[in-house]
Design a protein around this ligand. Structure first.
Ligand SMILES: [Zn+2]
Length: 266
C-alpha cells in the first residue's frame, strides 16, 4: 500500500508544479499570443469584397459607416478590425442525454439522421456576440462535430451584427441616461412572443435567463418583460428577443423627449 501511495504523491506533486507553471505562464502567454494571432490573421487576410478592401486600406475606421448605410458585412475580419473588444457567449439551446426524459441543458443541440450505415449525428450551437456598448449579434452554426459548429456560429454572429438604441423611457425614472430602452418593443418568432419594456434605474434584467445574457451583452441594464408561447424553445426565444432589439433602431420614435410616458405603459 505504501509503495502505491508514494508514486501517487509524486504524481500529484508533479501535477501541482505543472499547474503552477501553467498558471505562471498563462497571464503573459494569453495576452501576447492572442494579439499576435489576431494580427497574423489580419495580415494574412486578403479581402474579397469592396467593403473589406476599404477596411483593410484604412478608409473605413468606424463600423457605423457600414451599419448606418445598411451595407451587408460578408467577411468576419471586418468586425475583428473595427471592434476589437467583442465578447462571445453561447446559449443553452440543446440538452445532453439523460434517462427518463430528464436531460441537462447544454450549448450543443444534437440531431441525428437515420441512414443505411447507421445514425449520422450533427451538432449545432447558438452564439451571441457583443461589446456591452450597443453592438450585438447572434449566429447559428451547424457541423458534423462540436468545435466547427462553435466557430461557424461565432463567424455568423459577426456577420449578423447590429447597433441598438438605448435610452431611458421609464416614467418612474425620467432621467436622460442610457441604462434601459427608450420605448416598448415586441417581436415574434414561431409561437414565442416577447415584449420588452423600459424600467427605472436599479431594476435589473427582469427577463428569462438566456435573454438576460443577450441584453447584458447589448449593454442594457434595466428592463421589464412579458413572454407568450413556448418559451422553452430557446432558439425562437432568442431570435424574437433579437428582433425586438432590432426594432429599437428601425422604429421611428415618437418620443423625442426622454422621460415622456410612452405608449403601452399607463
Ligand atoms: Zn432612467
Amino acid at each position: 500500500m505504501e509503495k502505491k501511495k508514494l508514486p501517487e504523491q509524486e504524481e500529484s506533486k508533479l501535477e501541482s508544479t505543472e499547474v503552477a507553471l501553467v498558471l505562471e505562464s498563462t497571464p503573459e502567454a494569453s495576452e501576447l499570443p492572442a494579439g499576435v494571432v489576431i494580427k497574423e490573421e489580419i495580415s494574412n487576410w486578403t479581402p474579397k469584397t469592396r467593403i473589406g478592401n476599404l477596411v483593410k486600406e484604412g478608409k473605413i475606421n468606424n463600423i457605423d459607416e457600414i451599419l448606418g448605410k445598411g451595407l451587408r458585412i460578408l467577411e468576419s475580419q471586418i468586425v475583428d478590425i473595427l471592434l476589437p473588444n467583442l465578447e462571445t457567449d453561447f446559449i443553452m439551446v440543446g440538452q445532453s442525454k439523460g434517462k427518463f426524459g430528464g436531460g441537462k441543458r447544454s450549448i450543443w443541440r444534437q440531431t441525428q439522421k437515420k441512414t443505411a450505415e447507421g445514425n449520422k449525428p450533427k451538432f449545432s450551437a447558438l452564439a451571441i456576440i457583443g461589446n456591452k456598448e450597443g453592438y450585438i449579434g447572434f449566429g447559428y452554426g451547424k457541423a458534423k462535430e462540436t468545435v466547427p459548429a462553435k466557430e461557424k456560429a461565432i463567424r455568423k454572429g459577426k456577420l449578423n451584427l447590429i447597433k441598438i438604441r438605448n435610452g431611458c423611457g421609464s416614467w418612474e425614472c425620467s432621467c436622460s441616461g442610457s441604462h434601459s430602452i427608450p420605448f416598448t418593443v415586441n417581436a415574434k418568432c414561431g409561437s414565442v412572443e416577447i415584449e420588452l419594456l423600459p424600467a427605472p434605474k436599479g431594476t435589473g434584467l427582469c427577463v428569462e435567463k438566456e435573454c438576460a445574457k443577450l441584453l447584458n451583452f447589448a449593454g442594457i441594464r434595466d428592463v421589464y418583460s412579458r413572454t407568450f408561447g413556448q418559451t422553452r424553445t430557446k432558439f425562437n426565444l432568442i431570435s424574437a428577443c433579437f428582433d425586438a432589439l432590432k426594432k429599437l433602431s428601425t422604429t421611428k420614435s415618437q418620443h423625442k423627449v426622454r422621460g415622456q410616458i410612452p405608449e403601452g405603459i399607463s
